[in-house]
Design a protein. Structure first.
Length: 128
């Protein structure tokens, strides 16, 4: 799983500069304009201030955007998985630490219970 995550994130980091180089060459744009266009395209912002004018640029844009959006979506999924795994491991370590020290976890249980009891009392009193 880690190897897949690494490949997807590396692919994203290489995909934007690759597109920038190709667009700079085909469309004769500056490297800044080409990179800006690639980032706008992959983030689906699309301001429209920079557009490919040549047929080769438009054909490349079709395939670049098609595969690039798949790379971006995969990268978002991988980043989400990494964040969720880190949060789970943090919570597990904190719970183990609290259980090891003997502290009670009432603050996890009491607020939802007290809130739910308040809500049910209000709901019952409105019906009467």
């Amino acid at each position: 799983m880690f190897f897949f995550q690494l490949i997807v994130l590396a692919l994203l980091c290489l995909y934007v500069p690759f597109g920038g180089l190709v667009f700079a060459k085909i469309e004769r744009w500056s490297s800044f304009d080409a990179e800006t266009f690639c980032i706008e395209t992959l983030s689906t912002v699309g301001y429209g201030n920079i557009t490919p004018q040549t047929v080769a640029g438009r054909i490349f844009l079709f395939f670049y955007a098609l595969f690039g959006l798949a790379v971006v979506i995969s990268s978002i999924s991988v980043a989400r998985d990494i964040i969720i795994d880190k949060i789970r491991s943090l919570v597990r370590s904190r719970v183990k630490q609290w259980l090891k020290t003997g502290k009670r976890l009432f603050f996890f249980i009491l607020p939802p219970v007290s809130l739910s009891s308040c809500l049910t009392r209000d709901r019952d009193s409105e019906e009467i």
